[in-house]
Design a protein. Structure first.
Ligand code: SAM
Ligand code: DTB
Ligand code: SF4
Length: 359
């Protein structure tokens, strides 16, 4: 398939660093220009997160509250019941989220967990929402079965540059991450892949992460840029803050080199004021996590996000606008089912001769 000239997969580190080095106003202008080529500049997609299995993770990610390697005081929780997950998804939908993201603290899902997560996907999807999961590494078969159950997106972050990766995680390799991303793509799911800023990495590492993302065979449809949430008890619990302008610059560069993707202003918004978040939107962020909780840490109140949206003239992107055909179809089917269940529904094809007709 041919792609527009600005959808490139051959970015060099030097070119990306040159974008980072631009005067701030020039960088913001380029980012806005790229943003407006492919997106409504005043619409933001909103997703809600739920941790479906919490803590006791065998991986040693130095930033994570859920790693079993550190004592963070987090309360562990087994895989949630399907019913509970669906209830949370319904509540998120009622608050205006168009996508529901379910995360598990696993290195990879065990075979015995799969039937449960597949059923979660089916049921959340039948609410008419887009579905996303992040369950750790997937093999080809697991990716295939998630896709068949109706999973739209799989979140799997590269987190940082290949060079810095080993300073953050030692229990898996960069190549492990790339392999799962390839399995997800091959199965036909959309990819949500990004990283974390503020882990003590250099600007070169930030550029290196973005280069990896932009040079994947296809750009991830969703690119979450997280700001480290410092968790007491983890090795990164006392890391120095990243300069807020450097964070905004990284969003802008992501926007320029992956112009079609949704760039998500992800974790860390609790520690950003309205002005910084507004700059991120101006730099091309057009997606957020919405709702009071991320996986284990706090996120701004939904009402305060809506207040800021109102002040900025931003509106939440509706699912219909994203033209997700399958989600549409699922929503339509659900509406038909709901209507059937309603006592006002008259099914002419199956009506008995004695039933009274409804006009
Ligand atoms: N266990 C799965 C995995 O790592 O792929 C999925 C869950 S994991 C918590 C999802 C992502 O959340 C991580 O890849 C990381 O980028 C992000 N994350 C985790 N803890 C974070 C923190 N303290 N601050 C910012 N982002 C964080
Ligand atoms: C992503 O990039 N950020 C989300 C989601 N993908 C799964 C997770 C953020 C987690 C922040 C820390 C926590 O709440 O535990
Ligand atoms: Fe486990 Fe994911 Fe946390 Fe790493 S980021 S410790 S894999 S839950």
């Amino acid at each position: 398939m041919t792609q527009p000239n600005d959808i490139r997969h051959d970015w060099t580190l030097k070119q990306i660093q040159a974008l980072f080095d631009l005067p701030f106003n020039d960088l913001m202008f380029q980012a806005q220009t790229a943003h407006r080529q492919y997106h409504d500049a005043n619409a933001v997609q909103i997703s809600t997160l739920l941790s479906i299995k919490t803590g006791a993770c065998p991986e040693d990610c130095k930033y994570c509250s859920q790693s079993g390697h550190y004592n963070t005081g987090l309360e562990k929780e087994k895989l949630l019941e399907i019913e509970r997950v669906v209830k949370e998804a319904q509540a998120a939908k009622e608050k205006g989220a168009s996508r529901f993201c379910m995360g598990a603290a696993w290195r990879s899902p065990r075979e015995k967990d799969m039937p449960y997560v597949l059923e979660m996907v089916r049921q959340v999807k039948s609410l008419g929402m887009e579905t996303c999961m992040t369950l750790g590494m997937l093999d080809k078969d697991q990716a295939e079965s998630l896709r068949e159950a109706g999973l739209d997106y799989y979140n799997h972050n590269l987190d940082t540059s290949p060079e810095y990766y080993n300073s953050i995680i030692t229990t898996r390799t960069y190549q492990d991450r790339l392999d799962t991303l390839a399995n997800v793509r091959e199965a036909g799911m959309k990819v949500c892949c990004g990283g974390i800023l503020g882990m003590g990495e250099s600007r070169q590492d930030r550029a290196g992460l973005l280069m990896q993302l932009a040079n994947l065979p296809d750009h991830p449809e969703s690119v979450p840029i997280n700001m480290l949430v410092k968790i007491a008890g983890t090795p990164l619990g006392e890391t120095d803050d990243i300069d807020p302008f450097e964070f905004v610059r990284t969003i802008a560069v992501a926007r320029i080199i992956m112009p079609k993707s949704y760039v998500r202003l992800s974790a860390g918004r609790e520690d950003m004021n309205d002005q910084m978040q507004s700059l991120c939107y101006l730099a091309g962020a057009n997606s957020i996590f919405y709702g009071e909780k991320l996986l284990t840490t706090a996120n701004p109140e939904a009402s305060s996000d809506m207040k800021l949206f109102n002040r900025l003239g931003i509106r939440p992107l509706e699912l219909r606008e994203e033209a997700s055909d399958e989600a549409h179809e699922a929503a339509l089917q659900q509406a038909i089912e709901d209507q059937k269940r309603s006592h006002l529904f008259h099914d002419a094809a199956n009506a008995s001769t004695t039933s009274s007709s409804v006009n």
